[in-house]
Design a protein around this ligand. Sequence first.
Ligand SMILES: [Zn+2]
Length: 250
Amino acid sequence: MPLHETESLVLKSYSLAEADRIVVFFTRDHGIVRGVAKGAKRLQSRFGSTLEPFSIVNLEYFQKEDRELVSIQRVDLLRSCFESASEPRFLQTFSYIADLLTAFVPPQDPNETLYRMVKACLESADGSAGTLSAVRLYFELWLLRLGGYLPDWNACAICKRPLADDESVDLQADFQLFCPACRKSRSNQIIAGPHREVFHMAQRLDPRQFAGFALDKSDIVLEVSNVLKRIISTVIGREVATEKSFAVNS
Ligand SMILES: [Zn+2]
């Protein structure tokens, strides 16, 4: 039974039997890993508070060859988001991120680039609630980009003409952009220069820089985010709640 050790983010946990928990980690070296933490529900558990969602930890676990569920041996806290995680909007944003990760990433499929991106999102949102919408968009965009699903909004998808900064173009059903000369009919959603600027800057900056850039652009961030949610919905085959329905539910 090999022992693995890797830095990880705690995504969520469930009760299992009387004293144990099942914990879902996004690990740096092995992707999504689900494990049993024996005795984690006991007051004097050796895991203490290390299994709180959105903690960054060093994880040690044993894995039997034929089992998906690993046996968690040791968890050392590297960074806690305990205070932020008591904020409903932070909790909502990162629960959403955790859900999408488990829907997108196959179990135990290593993806260090994605891991680093999510960790950077967590670190930039921790303690700065005002950046949550920008961080969510950043995550959605990079999740799609790293999966190869992000459309190219630099140019018309038909004639390949680069779009001018001040040009407003139609969003097509497949989320590509057609210039006015190429489009056959008007779509009901326009993607303007400011939308494409947000879209491009999220690809050029780190999450903290992007949150700063997007500070006074909350409407545009929301509109672009809702397009990205529709793309994600088509990729994972189920509805992703848009920002509006988040607000209604909270
Ligand atoms: Zn065109």
